[in-house]
Design a protein around this ligand. Structure first.
Ligand SMILES: Cc1cc2nc3c(=O)[nH]c(=O)nc-3n(C[C@H](O)[C@H](O)[C@H](O)COP(=O)(O)OP(=O)(O)OC[C@H]3O[C@@H](n4cnc5c(N)ncnc54)[C@H](O)[C@@H]3O)c2cc1C
Length: 341
C-alpha cells in the first residue's frame, strides 16, 4: 500500500486529497496542515465562480478552459443533487460592471445566461457604467464545502495531522509521494519567489433582501449567500498583512453603499483579510527532489491567486493525473524488484 501525504487543508488540499482517494482507494492518505477550516484563506474567500483570465497568467488557454469546465461540472452536479445544501453550493445570478471595453471572458460559454446589459439596465446603477454583463454562475460557501469534503475524506479513512512542515524532505522517510497544496505557504516551504501575496479584505453583513451579485471593475463587489453577503474588496499586491485595516474597512463600506444604498439597513457581522496566493503560472506539476542519494516524489498544486475556489476541482483532477503517473512508476519499480527476488 503506497503512503501518500497531502500538505495543506485549504480547498485545494482537500479537493486534491479527495480526487486521489476516489481514483486510488487503496492508498494510505494523510493530510498534514498547520491550519484548518476557519484559519485558512479558503474559509474567507468570496466563493464566486468567475475565473477571470485577466488575473491568471502563464496558463495555456486550453488547460485553463479544461480546469474551468471540470470545476464547473463538478459543482453543478452537486447543485443538482440532494446534497447541495450540505455542500454549500448554489446558483447565483448577477451583474458585472465596467467602464473600459474588454474581451468576452473565456468562461462565458461555461456558465449560464451570459449576455451584455442593455443601456436601460446600465442606468439603474448610480455610477452609470458604460458596459456590463449579466450571467448565472455558481457560489461556493467554502465554510460548508470544506466541512463536506472533510466528511467524505474521513469516511474514506483519510487521517488528519496538525503540524507545520519546514521542508518537504522531512516527509521523505514516511511517505512515497507528497502532494504540496500549501497555497501561499509554498513561498517559504519551496523557496518559491514566483508566488506573491495579493491582500484582500472583506466585510460580511446580513442583508437577506440582496439576491444578486454585483462586481465592478474597481474591485467593488457584493456576493450573496442566503442571508449573508460578502462585501469587498481590495487587491493589494505584495501586501502580506492579514490584519483588518481600518481605512480599507471604511473604503469598502462606502464603495459598496454607493453601489447598493439599501446596505445602510444591513447588520455588519465580521471583517476579514487574507492573502490570495498569486503565482504566474499556477503550479500543477510533478517534481522529483533529490537529497543525498535518495529521491522524493512530489506533485505540486498551488498558487491559485483569486481563483482557488473556482479552479479547485479542475486543478485537483489535473494534479491527480500527475499523481497517477508517479504511482504507476512506483508500482512498476516494485514489480521489477519483486521479480528479481
Ligand atoms: C478576499 C478574498 C476573496 C476571494 N474570493 C474568491 C472568489 O470569489 N472565488 C475564488 O475562486 N477564489 C477567491 N479567493 C481566492 C481563494 O481564497 C484562494 O485561491 C484559495 O483559498 C487558495 O486555496 P489553497 O487551498 O491553495 O490555500 P489555503 O486556503 O491558504 O490553504 C493552505 C493550506 O496549506 C497549509 N500550509 C501552508 N504551509 C504549510 C506548512 N509549511 N506546513 C503545513 N501546512 C501548511 C495551511 O495550513 C492551509 O491548510 C479569494 C481570496 C481572498 C483573499
Amino acid at each position: 500500500m503506497s503512503r501518500v501525504c497531502v500538505v495543506g487543508a485549504g480547498v485545494v488540499g482537500l479537493s486534491t486529497a479527495l480526487c486521489i482517494k476516489l481514483q486510488h482507494p487503496s492508498v494510505s492518505l494523510t493530510i498534514i496542515a498547520d491550519r484548518f477550516f476557519e484559519s485558512t484563506t479558503s474559509d474567507g474567500a468570496g466563493g464566486l465562480f468567475r475565473p477571470d483570465e485577466r488575473f491568471i497568467h502563464g496558463v495555456d488557454k486550453s488547460i485553463l478552459r479544461n480546469w474551468c469546465q471540470t470545476s464547473f461540472d463538478h459543482f453543478n452536479n452537486l447543485i443538482f443533487s440532494n446534497i447541495s445544501a450540505e455542500a454549500g453550493i448554489s446558483q447565483v445570478s448577477g451583474y458585472q460592471l465596467f467602464n473600459d471595453p474588454r474581451p468576452d471572458p473565456s468562461y462565458k460559454n461555461i456558465i449560464y445566461n451570459f449576455r451584455y446589459l442593455t443601456k436601460h439596465e446600465l442606468e439603474i446603477f448610480p455610477d452609470h457604467y458604460k458596459y456590463g454583463y449579466f450571467c448565472t454562475t455558481l457560489y461556493v460557501d467554502t465554510r460548508k464545502y470544506m466541512k463536506y469534503l472533510t466528511k467524505l475524506l474521513t469516511e474514506k479513512q483519510v487521517t488528519f495531522t496538525k503540524k507545520k512542515i519546514n521542508t518537504l524532505e522531512e516527509l521523505a522517510e514516511s511517505y512515497d509521494i507528497v502532494v504540496n497544496c500549501t497555497g501561499f505557504g509554498a513561498k517559504e516551504l519551496c523557496n518559491d519567489n514566483l508566488i506573491r501575496p495579493i491582500r484582500g479584505q472583506v466585510i460580511r453583513v446580513r442583508a437577506p433582501w440582496i439576491k444578486h451579485f454585483y462586481y465592478t471593475d474597481d474591485n467593488c463587489y457584493l456576493i450573496p449567500n442566503n442571508e449573508i453577503i460578502v462585501l469587498g474588496g481590495t487587491r493589494q499586491l505584495d501586501n502580506d498583512n492579514t490584519q483588518v485595516d481600518l481605512n480599507d474597512k471604511d473604503d469598502i463600506w462606502q464603495r459598496c453603499l454607493r453601489l447598493c444604498p439599501s446596505l445602510a439597513q444591513a447588520e455588519i457581522l465580521w471583517h476579514w483579510a487574507g492573502l490570495r496566493p498569486d503565482r504566474k503560472p499556477i503550479r500543477v506539476e510533478t517534481e522529483i527532489i533529490k537529497y543525498g542519494n535518495k529521491k522524493l516524489l512530489v506533485v505540486h498544486n498551488y498558487g491559485h491567486g483569486g481563483n482557488g475556489i473556482a479552479l479547485s476541482w479542475g486543478t485537483a483532477v489535473d494534479a491527480t493525473r500527475h499523481f497517477s503517473s508517479l504511482l504507476n512508476a512506483i508500482n512498476i519499480q516494485d514489480k521489477q524488484v519483486t521479480s528479481k527476488l
